[in-house]
Design a protein around this ligand. Structure first.
Ligand SMILES: *Cc1c(COP(=O)(O)O)cnc(C)c1O
Length: 457
């Protein structure tokens, strides 16, 4: 196979590294984000050959292009089979419009796809190299449980999750606090922003340099590569790949990691005619595309699609980079990306909570489709796109459902008057014993807790 792909920092002030380094470091030393220095191509023939393949086989075919030099082929194959042992439903909705449900993993959000692969890759590194890692993660809900489940029992790795006690639902909390083992959870008496600030301080704290801290949120390139796979999967299952049939894909977005997976797939050659980006009222990216000026939203707006309440998406720097510009970690644009090109490839729209609720109701009344708030933002975004681009009406399209409706039973009940079925992954959660410590937002006592075993890696 070819030379390994190398990874550069979007701040351009760090020498390129191999995947192993990029995974273990998370963020580049210059505070930029790692990006692959090339996108190994997927030809029409490659895509055609995947049409009848299973999800794990497609994942293996895609990921080996990036992991060559780090894991051998047979190992990667078995990691893919082990990580992707759940279904990925593709539902036909109407005309040529479809829905892809990424909600059947063990914690019922799309974050399982990337977290499970990243954990397994890091597990391989720890097994071959020894040593230990401490994964430190702040969560507003779904990331914490996906990461905790994915790393549970991975030898050489400990996980610490910080969550804002008053901002997560009981169900979301129990998905993290009932795991135990190498997973430690802290409920913080503060907001998500406080949790994130504590984590950021810990990464920069020389007193903790002995702990080998790393991040498992979507600043890590290990979270993005596996998110390119399902776009290839849905394409080869629904499109005429040999004819390079175009597809429109809609991604409900917050931190824009999921969308970057689609951008990577497009750069590799997936015929994505238009990528539709749907946000909630946190519309800083749609506004940027429309006006060319970037303004983050501080504090972020609170919406019912709570996992997308992001006022400054960390992955935006990567999008700007792919389109030839440069944005630093705090959101200053040093060089404008090619806005014409961005507007040609992307269509961005912001959906209000009212419209999100209407979308849930409409999709159910018209098509019997049960959506939760994030997926409903996506579905509404796709409908906006087709209203604005009537000539594309017959183009194959798919919107992504990022969480299981049963994660948001109160909202679904209020809008549709029904109770969504509980998937096996969420069943029985109520009765499992919880373990977590409540802490204040004071950094020093948090640091002392980190320095105490058993979380010490
Ligand atoms: C995290 C999350 C999103 C947003 O994904 P990004 O990659 O941050 O854009 C959307 N929906 C759900 C359910 C999520 O958990």
């Amino acid at each position: 196979m070819d030379e390994p792909v190398r990874y550069y920092s979007t701040n351009r002030d760090t020498p390129t590294v191999v995947l192993r380094e990029a995974l273990l470091q998370g963020q580049a030393p210059d505070r930029g984000l790692f990006m692959p220095d090339r996108f190994p191509p997927l030809s029409a023939d490659d895509l055609g050959a995947l049409a009848d393949k299973s999800y794990p086989v497609i994942a293996h075919t895609m990921l080996r292009r990036f992991t060559v030099g780090m894991v051998d082929d047979a190992t990667l194959k078995s990691l893919c089979e082990d990580a992707y042992d759940f279904e990925v439903p593709l539902e036909h909705v109407t005309g040529r419009r479809h829905l892809m449900r990424l909600d059947r993993g063990p914690t019922a959000s799309f974050k399982d796809f990337a977290a499970r692969m990243m954990a397994r890759l890091m597990g391989v590194l720890m097994r071959t190299e020894g040593g230990g890692l401490l994964i430190l993660t702040a969560t507003s809900g779904d990331t914490g449980s996906a990461v905790a489940h994915a790393y549970y029992g991975v030898e050489g790795v400990s996980v610490v999750v910080l969550f804002p006690i008053k901002e997560v639902s009981a169900r979301q909390r129990k998905q993290m606090t009932t795991i135990g083992g190498n997973v430690t959870t802290f409920g913080v008496e503060g907001k998500f922003d406080d949790c994130q600030a504590m984590v950021k301080r810990a990464f920069a704290d020389p007193d903790l340099s002995g702990l080998r801290l790393t991040s498992a949120n979507s600043i890590n390139i290990g979270r993005l590569l596996p998110q390119a796979v399902y776009y290839v999967y849905v394409y080869v299952k629904l499109a005429d790949a040999a004819a390079q049939e175009p597809i429109v894909i809609c991604v409900p977005s917050g931190n824009f990691g999921n969308m970057m997976g689609a951008v990577i797939a497009k750069r590799m050659g997936l015929p994505i005619e238009r990528l539709v980006i749907a946000t909630n009222a946190n519309d800083e990216v749609p506004a940027f595309l429309h006006t060319g000026r970037y303004r983050k939203i501080v504090p972020s707006r609170v919406c019912i699609s709570n996992a997308m309440n992001v006022g400054h998406p960390s992955n935006l720097a990567r999008l700007v980079d792919v389109y030839g510009g440069r944005m630093d970690e705090v959101g200053n644009v040093h060089e404008q990306p090619d806005l014409d090109c961005l507007r040609r490839d992307l269509y961005a729209v912001s959906i209000s909570d009212d419209e999100t609720r209407t979308s849930i109701k409409d999709a159910y009344d018209r098509y019997g489709l049960i959506l939760e708030p994030h997926g409903a933002v996506g579905w509404a975004g796709l409908e906006h796109y087709f209203r604005d681009n009537t000539e594309s009406d017959n183009t194959l399209s798919v919107s992504v459902e990022t969480a299981h409706p049963a994660k948001f039973p109160e909202e679904i009940r209020a809008i549709l008057g029904i109770d969504p079925d509980t998937p096996p992954s969420l069943a029985g959660l109520e009765n499992r014993p919880e373990t977590y410590e409540t802490i204040s937002t004071e950094y020093e006592s948090f640091r002392d807790l980190l320095l105490k075993s058993p979380h010490k890696a």
